[in-house]
Design a protein around this ligand. Structure first.
Ligand code: GAP
Length: 446
């Protein structure tokens, strides 16, 4: 069994080698904690986003999608409390000048060689100072305080300020939700663990507006729904758990919060937050904008400001979780090209970036043409790839390593092909005419 750090290093290396993710600006030496998604990563990300949005808007008739802008009125971030409260406490070492999070000193290492924990290096640390995590920029030609705008640190606020727009135009009634996927930016002090914590990332957030007094029930309902989504994506049950925020851990807006945590090789970590944000955000926006954000209750003939249950999951963090969970190494007895462990990403078909691999047994006798025809027939429904080079064993290995659930080999037997299941490695011969039905059964309609 590989050590946890080795397992992460192996997964990161596979992700780079096979084109899931690349360091941003690599040819310039890289930009710290920013990543680009290669062909397989982009496809995996698209699948995750589609699965999340479908789980929201197709499975719930009272949830609407939204795509709000990243740049918003700067007063929004004053109202939300982010200008004042979205901070980390920082200390500087007076010797090496490195900067650390005061609340994470136990796990910190200084940049000196050999590196030490800042508590034990002997260097004096400054008093903690608050460091705001929001990225600032300027809008328009002036670079002064009046032109400051922020890159949003969460997508949620774009939903709150559009809450009445969406409700009235979509003719929804409380309770209803708004779902949004989009980029968020945080000037994290300690980014790391590959794409786990980065400075630019995507969030998938749903805000569910409810009548006060029904919030606790909605909170429990969404906790269960969100946990099930991760299970449906194939994550192992024993590596998932809820973790409740204690009173000192709650964000400034939260009345109650649970994280869904996953057991990574580097320990249990949050992958999603489910928050009861009370009426904090809408009341703040009422106060700062001077506009009413209340709804009229037919039953009691009174107006009220809805409470909000939020589900917030990182898309990039979901990808890392899926990669870690799917990674498997199988010891094999083979020799030659079958020697060494068989590396398999055991993605569920709905998640897998490539669903089908097609191999002509030889590059002659019309086999590549037949393979290409099959590719053309199925690739409008399922993401497929043709692989013509190397031995069949090697091609299976390449497909397993990126998690392709089904491989099809085209040989000399006209009218039929061999299909091979990634997980059982069982091969069976089926007629070409039955291929589409076979794949639909195996992969679903995706
Ligand atoms: N709107 C609420 C909110 O933003 P959060 O707990 O700060 O809550 C929600 O973030 C989710 O966003 C996290 O569970 C995580 O999946 C993701 N996330 C947060 N910061 C991140 C970062 N720096 N890099 C990658 N993902 C991040």
């Amino acid at each position: 069994m590989a050590a946890p750090s080795d397992k992460m290093a192996t997964i990161v290396s596979l992700a780079k080698r096979r084109g899931f993710m690349f360091q941003s600006s690599e040819v310039y030496g890289g930009l710290n904690s920013c990543y680009d998604y290669g062909p397989l990563g982009a496809e995996l990300k698209n699948n995750v986003k589609r699965l999340w949005m479908d789980a929201m808007i197709r499975e719930h008739e009272n949830i609407e999608p939204l795509d709000s802008s990243i740049l918003m009125h700067p007063r929004i971030w004053e109202a939300s409390g982010h200008v004042e409260n979205f901070t980390d406490p920082l200390v500087d070492c007076k010797i090496c000048k490195a900067r650390f999070r005061a609340d994470q000193l136990d796990n910190a290492v200084c940049p000196q060689k050999p590196s030490k924990n800042p508590k034990s290096c002997g260097g004096e640390l400054t008093e903690p100072r608050s460091f705001n995590l929001m990225f600032k920029t300027f809008m328009g030609p002036l670079e002064d305080q009046s032109a400051v705008v922020y890159l949003r640190p969460e997508t949620a606020q774009g939903i709150y300020v559009n809450f009445l727009n969406v409700m009235t135009t979509s003719r929804q009634k409380i309770p209803f939700g708004i779902a949004q996927i989009g980029k968020a930016f945080r000037n994290e002090i300690t980014p790391g663990n590959f794409i786990f914590r980065t400075r630019e990332f995507e969030q998938m957030e749903m805000q569910y507006f409810v009548k006060p007094g029904t919030d606790a029930e909605a909170f429990e309902k969404w906790k269960a729904i969100r946990m099930q989504w991760h299970l449906d994506n194939g994550l192992k049950k024993e590596r998932l758990r809820f973790s409740e925020h204690g009173p000192n851990e709650l964000a400034h807006y939260a009345k109650a919060a649970f994280d869904i945590q996953y057991e990574f090789p580097f320990g249990w970590q949050e992958i999603e937050g489910i928050h009861n944000r009370s009426d904090f955000d809408l009341k703040q926006h009422e106060k700062f904008s001077g506009k009413k954000l209340s709804v009229f209750d037919e039953e009691s003939k009174a107006s009220y400001v809805p409470w909000i249950i939020e589900t917030s999951v990182g898309c990039d963090r979901t990808l890392l979780t899926l990669l870690v969970d799917a990674y498997d190494e199988e010891v094999t007895q083979g020799d030659g090209e079958d020697a060494g462990p068989r590396v398999v990403l055991r993605f569920k078909p709905r998640v897998a970036p490539t669903k089908v691999a097609i191999f002509p047994l030889m590059k002659k006798d019309g086999l590549p043409e037949r393979a290409r025809k099959i590719f053309k027939d199925i690739s409008c429904r399922w993401r497929a790839q043709l692989d013509e080079s190397g031995s069949i064993g090697r091609r299976y290995r390449r497909a397993d390593e990126i998690g392709v659930p089904v491989a099809i080999t085209v040989d000399h037997e006209a009218g039929s092909v061999t299909v091979r299941d990634r997980d059982t490695m069982k091969q069976e011969r089926i007629s070409e005419a039955a291929l589409s039905d076979y794949l639909a059964k195996k992969l679903g309609g995706i």
